[in-house]
Design a binder for this molecule. Structure first.
Ligand code: BG6
Length: 474
């Protein structure tokens, strides 16, 4: 079957994705409280961001002002509309709605901000796609409760979810609960536990046990939210959000293949619980072997069974490879090896378009649910010319290569894919490094002060992809 001339199914949700803390700015405006993202300093390529205890006036916190979407969203959404977006994925900053997280009443100014911003999208026929918790939570919940260490945080999250589900029940149809909930598989890395779960482990603590406990509470909170959301509006589509990085065996040696399978199980069991409503047995055995004695109650297991997700949202940037280590336990911080068949980006992310087709088929075979690619893209240094042009042909190539594989998965393999919202459709603050210079957007933002917006070459290219519903990608 030739791909040229074949379009994606009608109603396919083309658009773009961002997260509140990475573009809004206005970190202390409209009654907003301090979030975990507000206490992370600037880092760099290979230089970790620091987490400070509150705000240190001697440090620079790039998320505080970000690209000032808080004030400039009408201008930005107008540009998204010009590209023909059907969907705009962003998150609701929990701290705009509950500044500390444990208040009785929500903050009306925060609710109104999202009302106005969603109206601006809907005016152009762009539907908001909303993540409830995208790498941020109230810093107060970290200080007072230890983040997702605490079961109490389930109630605070469910209350937040309920308030926004009710408020936006006629404006938002597609929701996701926790962004890249499975990133904390890398529990030894400097910030995976903090960004996913608001946890700064103490030296004497076992990071792995902390991760499994926090993830359990998050999965219960997610399932509760799914149940409540469906009662508030039965048309809601509530998904999970998984960081999909296929993990290949480095060779066809059976031990490598078995190890790669366990690595996939270890990184993606989160999706099993979200979609199937129960824990896989190999993992329960692992908890026993390690004497974790996790706080998992029968009521929790019932909630997990009842609150399964409607679709799988996922990000896709790269793939990994592994080889047998002699024991069947995958440690994400140590066990990855370079794949000689793929090239890495400047930031070391292994670029692998074919892996996207593999991932789509893998999810499809495993869960039989609709899929939504809610992040994909190339972080690169862009140069603005003297006449304000940005020639980002490398980004166009990256995305063409990925859309081609996506098209094969949909048109040839029959995968049920509902949309594609590439990451950082407008340049924003990078999550891992805090840099503005790691850019993903179709729209360039002058981060040195003016915050002016400029269209890149990829802007016109993506406008054409949407207009032709992908038919010209071959
Ligand atoms: C995903 C996150 O991990 O990747 C985003 O959901 C993040 O928040 C994106 O920005 C790209 O990563 P980075 O570190 O290049 O911004």
């Amino acid at each position: 079957m030739t791909l040229k001339g074949q379009a994606f199914p009608d109603g396919f949700l083309w658009g773009g994705a961002v997260a509140a803390h990475q573009l809004e700015g206005g970190f202390d405006q409209g009654g907003k409280g301090l979030s975990t993202a507000d206490v992370m300093t600037i880092g760099g390529n290979g230089i970790p961001r620091k987490v400070t205890d509150g705000i240190d006036p001697n440090e620079f916190y790039p998320n505080h002002n970000a690209i000032d979407f808080y004030h400039r969203y009408p201008e930005d959404i107008k540009l998204f509309a010009e590209m023909g977006f059907k969907a705009f994925r962003t998150s609701i900053a929990w701290t705009r709605i509950f500044p500390n997280g444990d208040e009785d009443q929500p903050n009306e100014a925060g609710l109104k901000f999202y009302d106005d911003m969603f109206d601006e999208c809907l005016k152009y026929g762009i539907q908001p796609v909303i993540t409830l918790s995208h790498f941020e939570m109230p810093y107060h919940l970290v200080k007072e409760y230890g983040g997702w260490r605490s079961r109490k945080v389930i109630d605070f999250f469910v209350k937040f979810a309920t308030v926004v589900f009710k408020r936006y029940k006629n404006k938002v149809k597609y929701w996701m609960t926790f962004n890249e909930i499975n990133n904390q598989t890398d529990f030894e890395s400097s910030h995976a536990l903090f960004t996913d779960s608001g946890i700064l482990p103490k030296p004497e603590e076992d990071n792995e046990k902390l991760m499994y406990q926090a993830a359990h509470y998050e999965l219960v909170a997610s399932a509760e939210a799914v149940k409540i959301g469906h009662k508030i509006n039965p048309d809601f589509q509530i998904g999970c959000m998984i960081a999909m990085t296929p993990i290949y065996p480095l060779t066809s040696k059976p031990e490598d293949i078995l190890f790669a399978q366990r690595a996939m199980q270890t990184r993606f069991w989160f999706a099993d619980v979200h979609a199937n409503g129960f824990y896989p047995k190999w993992l329960l055995n692992r908890f026993d072997e390690k004497n974790f004695n996790l706080d998992i109650t029968d009521d929790d297991l019932k909630v997990l069974r009842e609150g399964t997700v409607d679709y799988i949202g996922f990000s896709y940037y790269m793939s990994f490879a592994v080889k047998d280590t002699g024991k069947l336990e995958y440690n994400e911080s140590h066990d990855r090896v370079d794949n000689p068949y793929v090239k890495a980006s400047e930031w070391g992310w292994q670029v692998d378009p074919v892996g996207l087709r593999y991932a789509l088929n893998w999810f499809n075979d495993r869960y039989h649910l609709p899929l939504f690619i809610v992040e994909n893209g190339l972080g690169a240094v862009d140069k603005k010319t003297a006449d304000n042009k940005i020639h980002d042909d490398y980004r166009i190539k990256y995305m063409t290569d990925h859309i081609r594989e996506m098209k094969k998965a949909v048109l040839q393999d029959g995968v049920d894919l509902i949309g594609y919202t590439p990451w950082g459709c407008i340049d924003l603050v990078a999550a891992s490094t805090g840099q503005m210079s790691k850019r993903y957007g179709f729209i360039y933002v002058d981060g040195t002060g003016s915050l002016n917006r400029y269209k890149k070459d990829s802007f016109d290219w993506f406008e054409n992809v949407i207009e032709t519903n992908g038919a010209e990608i071959e």
